[in-house]
Design a protein around this ligand. Structure first.
Ligand code: NI
Length: 180
């Protein structure tokens, strides 16, 4: 059993920048297996290592089961080939049950490494591009609510406060994204 508990909204590890992977070893490959199995168990489109309590720059994605776009990236760096944007619903396994329209870039070119240390590049659009941006944000301690403005953010915070899993003893910290 390699499905791991997913850290929730007020867990401090979700706000810490993750460290680059240095050793491409069996432990890293086990981490990627754990991430993939946890993502599938929770019906997620993607998952980043900090979400299962590991502060390393590793993410997995599977935004469209039908298209078979299952993959992983180690030490990802995301570039945008153009200015095109998309706006649509986004959610996060660390903020269960909350979905709000979030503006993202439409197209990404993500460079990183495989579990064996081989360089890899992923060119993605639409949901795959959204997923890679969301998961890479996690590696920088950024949550998707940081990308949501004004009324949308207020609705999101209200929804979190009403959520059954939210602990009022540890209120949410909402910060403004440094990336806009
Ligand atoms: Ni997330």
């Amino acid at each position: 059993m390699t499905v791991q508990p997913v850290r929730l909204f007020d867990d401090p590890i979700l706000r810490e920048p993750a460290a680059p992977v240095v050793d491409f070893d069996a432990e890293l490959r086990q981490l990627i297996t754990d991430l993939t199995e946890t993502m599938h168990e929770k019906n997620g489109a993607g998952l980043a290592a900090p979400q299962i309590g590991v502060g390393l720059r590793v993410l997995v994605f599977h935004p469209d089961l039908a298209k078979g776009e299952l993959g992983h990236l180690v030490n990802p760096v995301v570039d945008f080939p153009d200015e095109e944007e998309q706006d649509g619903p986004e959610g996060c396994l660390s903020i269960p049950g909350v979905y709000l329209d979030t503006r993202r870039r439409m197209n990404v070119v993500a460079k990183g490494f495989t579990s064996h240390g081989d360089p890899v590049q992923i060119v993605g659009s639409g949901q795959l591009a959204r997923c890679i941006q969301h998961e890479t944000d996690h590696l920088d301690g950024v949550l998707f609510l940081d990308r949501v403005d004004g009324d949308r953010r207020a609705r999101m915070i209200e929804a979190i406060r009403q959520a059954g899993w939210y602990d009022p003893a540890a209120p949410p910290v909402v910060k403004t994204s440094p990336h806009r």
